[in-house]
Structures are given as C-alpha cells and as structure tokens.
Design a protein around this ligand. Structure first.
Ligand SMILES: CC(C)(COP(=O)(O)OP(=O)(O)OC[C@H]1O[C@@H](n2cnc3c(N)ncnc32)[C@H](O)[C@@H]1OP(=O)(O)O)[C@@H](O)C(=O)NCCC(=O)NCCS
Length: 146
C-alpha cells in the first residue's frame, strides 16, 4: 500500500504511459484519454505533467499549464482519500502564479467536493460543454502580495 509520506511527485516519463492509461481507463471508462492524447500532453507540457509515485506504482497524476488551467487530474481508485490528490493539486498551485482553474462535470460531485475543500469556488457554468453534461468552471485565485 502506498504511503503518502514515502511518495514523491515528479515529471511524467514515457515509461509511465501504461500505468497512466490504466488509471485513466479505470476512472473514465466512457471518455478515456487515448495514448496519443496523453503523449501529446507530455510533449506540449513536459514540465507540468506531474505524477505521484510510490515505490514502482504511479498513484495519480495532474496535467496543468502555466495559465493555471488544470487539464486533468486522477488518483487511482484504491489510493483515494489518502491525500495524493491534494499533493498533486498543491504542486500545481505552487507553480501557477495566478492560481488554478478548471472545468468539471456538473455531475462529478466527488471532484467538486474535493476542489471546494482545496479552496476552489464555482465561478461559472458552460451548458452542454460535454456531450452528456454541463461543465462548471472552478477557480482558486492566488492572492498576490502588494
Ligand atoms: C478528485 C480526486 C482526484 C481526489 O483525489 P484524492 O487523492 O482522493 O483526494 P485527497 O485524498 O487528497 O482529498 C483531500 C480532501 O478532499 C475532499 N474529498 C476528496 N474526495 C472526496 C469525495 N469523494 N467526497 C467528498 N470529499 C472529498 C476531502 O475533504 C479530502 O480530505 P479527507 O479525506 O481528509 O476528508 C479523485 O477522487 C479522483 O481521481 N476522482 C476521479 C477522477 C476525477 O473526477 N478527476 C477530476 C476531473 S475534473
């Protein structure tokens, strides 16, 4: 079992791809990212595609960019509610100067609760953003010292 204090965050490496695909397929069976999509993200955002690793296992990942847009974040099912999602989110928050924002399915109440817990607020809604759901836009602004 992965222990949070033994886990480390690091940049995605190409050899992580199979574990990332497995995590994706488990989390989003209907809308899974293809291998090509993941590798395109790795190519475009090499410094901000971050995984959390414990032993040899990839436990989760986050893909964001320096505008603070979170493109995706997932923690492997058996490792949820242990603080790994927060660890990835805080990594992104440290990097993004102005804070973080994202779109989330309006029906994804677990993720919405997670983001609220980390201080994000719902600031908008995009009707029919997904084929079968609306998107909520959530944002956490970083306060910039005067
Ligand atoms: C959202 C997700 C990344 C959270 O990862 P996680 O590692 O389980 O989150 P953490 O353990 O760091 O949770 C931190 C806090 O967020 C809140 N939280 C996390 N999951 C929650 C849930 N399912 N319901 C309510 N609150 C939740 C809790 O307050 C939690 O603290 P606690 O466990 O001490 O109560 C994970 O549930 C996931 O991968 N979901 C499927 C993929 C997904 O929906 N991604 C987001 C797409 S926009």
């Amino acid at each position: 079992m992965a222990e949070k204090h033994l886990a480390k965050t690091r940049k995605f490496k190409s050899e992580d791809i199979n574990q990332i695909l497995e995590i994706e397929e488990q989390a989003f069976p209907k809308t899974v990212f293809s291998k090509a999509t993941i590798l395109t993200y790795a190519d475009r955002l090499p410094d901000t595609f971050i995984v959390v690793q414990s032993g040899k296992a990839i436990v989760g990942y986050i893909i964001f960019d320096l505008t603070g847009h979170i493109h995706s974040t997932v923690v492997k099912k058996s490792y949820r509610r242990k603080g790994f999602g927060k660890m990835l989110f805080m990594y992104a928050l440290r990097c993004a100067e102005k804070g973080l924002w994202l779109e989330v399915r309006s029906e994804n109440s677990e993720a919405i609760e997670f983001y609220k817990r980390l201080g994000m607020k719902i600031i908008g809604k995009i009707p029919n953003y997904y084929e079968d759901d609306h998107a909520l836009i959530m944002r956490l602004e970083k306060s910039i010292p005067p």
